[in-house]
Design a protein around this ligand. Sequence first.
Ligand SMILES: *[C@@H]1O[C@H](CO)[C@@H](O)[C@H](O)[C@H]1NC(C)=O
Ligand SMILES: *[C@@H]1O[C@H](CO)[C@@H](O)[C@H](O)[C@H]1NC(C)=O
Ligand SMILES: *[C@@H]1O[C@H](CO)[C@@H](O)[C@H](O)[C@H]1NC(C)=O
Ligand SMILES: *[C@@H]1O[C@H](CO)[C@@H](O)[C@H](O)[C@H]1NC(C)=O
Ligand SMILES: *[C@@H]1O[C@H](CO)[C@@H](O)[C@H](O)[C@H]1NC(C)=O
Length: 627
Amino acid sequence: MLFLSVSLLLWLCQTALAQYSSDDLMSFVTLPDVRAVKFNVQNKNRERLSPGYWFVAPYLHMGPDPPSTLYEQYQIGPHIYDGEGRLIWTGSQQFDNRNVFDFKVVNSLGPDPQLSMILQSSWHSKLDTGYGLVLTKDYQVERKIPLRADLGIFDIHEFNILDDGKTALVTIYLSHEITLEEFGRPEESTWLETGGYAEIDMNTAEIIQSWDSFNRVPMPETVHYTAHSPAEGLPGWDYLHINSVDKNEIGDYLISARFTNTIYLISCMDGNIMWRLGGKYSDFEHDFTFSKQHDAKFIESNGTHHVISFLNNASDEEFNEENMSSVLFVELDTSIKPMTAKVIRRYNRPDHQLSRLRGNAQLLPNDNVFTCWSKEGYISEHGADGELLMTANFTSSRYSSYRGYKFEFIGRPTAPPDMVASVYGTDETNMVTTFWVSWNGATDVVEWKFYAQASEFEDPVFIGKTPRSDFETMYIARGYLDWVSAEAVDANGTVLGRSEMHRSKFPDWKSVGYRGKSSTPIPADPSTVYQASDSTAGDSTVVESDHASPNAADTQTQKTIQVLKHTYDAIRNISGIFSFVLLLCLFAGVMASYLVIRGWRVRFYQRIRTEDGFPGERAHLASSHED
Ligand SMILES: *[C@@H]1O[C@H](CO)[C@@H](O)[C@H](O)[C@H]1NC(C)=O
Ligand SMILES: *[C@@H]1O[C@H](CO)[C@@H](O)[C@H](O)[C@H]1NC(C)=O
Ligand SMILES: *[C@@H]1O[C@H](CO)[C@@H](O)[C@H](O)[C@H]1NC(C)=O
Ligand SMILES: *[C@@H]1O[C@H](CO)[C@@H](O)[C@H](O)[C@H]1NC(C)=O
Ligand SMILES: *[C@@H]1O[C@H](CO)[C@@H](O)[C@H](O)[C@H]1NC(C)=O
């Protein structure tokens, strides 16, 4: 009966809010402005997975979005998830829902791992042409590296901080006006978009070295334009499309150009092309093909022998050269003539599809390989021998992540944990207080401890604890508790952080049918409700296991707790509802249950007071009931 009524309510809420519904996003009571993208995870062999978190940056549109006055919750930008697809950090609010690319951990800037990423140019790109950012483990921006103005906007493909931490490599795009002499049309001119890279000093943002394909990579290498392609205005023919740059210890640069199907080694001495792998003019003898590749990186390199990795996406907007994208590890021997290239490892895209655009591959410290196939956040991890260990994707087809990485990381936010507490009940015997806690960016939290005070000035009394269940954890305690707070605890029992003290929210007691002795309930003194021996009685897991000795009032309280918990779980499973409506439904669910328990025949939806400031939601709720 109880659950029937709760289910009915949930169904109503769901129907009412179908127009806002988005099952692919998470909602949180503690961060109502955030709707993080959900992952769908398939673990194939957990034992062999490397430790670490996923670093992804979901985006909706590749380019910057125009300014808007429409309020929307945040889900774009840098995000960290754990291996179960649970959110650890969302930076979407901090970066104002702006597109972020190449979000990863950088271990070369000090003893602690830090974070780096590209903040895309804003829609007003004349004013803000984008930056390379470095964040410390507390998620504060520590460095903001601009690109020298004559090198254009900060390109989204690469922000590769090198192992010495002194410089970073970025890709650049420039435009030149040329005549089409190389294509036998000397009288005709067009704009040409060339590609290159720059090496930037991480302290001063000065350019140490830069390179442009103009007059170095001839036009006929492109597979994207032909002798008959029409001339174009600015920015011009994207004939090369550089999409990655890396550097070996000798100092030479490895670049990947998608529209010539070629990986180039560029000499640091004079900028000359030392060799080409792939494309129309490959300098190597090889028995494999690749095309439209991404993310060419050195694994090893000593001047004559190189091992490189790259994503062979094998197709693009127009052509498929192979049936399936793959990660290739290729060994190059340049000491012999002809030079040879052979595939030493290959990891096919697990679903045998093509990654048409974007993506990357990362060799992990334990020799596993982590790959982001980009579209819809499709990621996978393989053992070195090729065994598929895990795949995951966004539950949404609306979002993609250009690249994705896996790293170990310790996040220690400076802001305290977030907390919301609410109290419910219909008389003194059945009051309960519900806590929601989260701590955006804190890794290593395994347990939450809850406290309440008799007044602002009394000492906190320990109420109970519960394991961290997800980004947000819920806990229900007996009694009307107020002046509440929570502590985040790690596996060693060390307190990592403490929330501020919060007052518990309460409903309009009269309208929810409160029938206690006084017209409004009074917060309990937690030290009398929670004696030391009794300290776990409020633990919702204890309640569920049902071994508390019931007297009438306790039974009532336990029913309430169970209803609340099931309602919350159900809402979490459904998701896709604005958080405040979630709260509203939760509240309504509890009240409905009471009404059912007490046999009140009342049309509950008429009795619900919506929270101030959201009259629209009330209208939706009511009108859907009439449908
Ligand atoms: C580079 O590595 C290869 C293979 O490991 C080795 O045979 C060669 O001697 C090395 N060359 C140099 C210059 O160290
Ligand atoms: C590879 O990616 C490029 C763009 O990054 C795209 O144009 C090309 O179609 C992709 N190729 C494949 C096989 O996915
Ligand atoms: C692609 O798949 C088709 C049919 O499955 C097959 O006939 C063809 O040979 C494949 N092409 C390549 C390049 O593997
Ligand atoms: C994600 O993967 C699941 C299962 O593999 C699949 O059914 C679903 O279509 C995928 N979703 C997207 C958005 O690609
Ligand atoms: C717990 O303590 C051990 C030993 O002091 C330490 O090595 C480990 O890093 C600690 N773990 C956490 C999560 O703090």
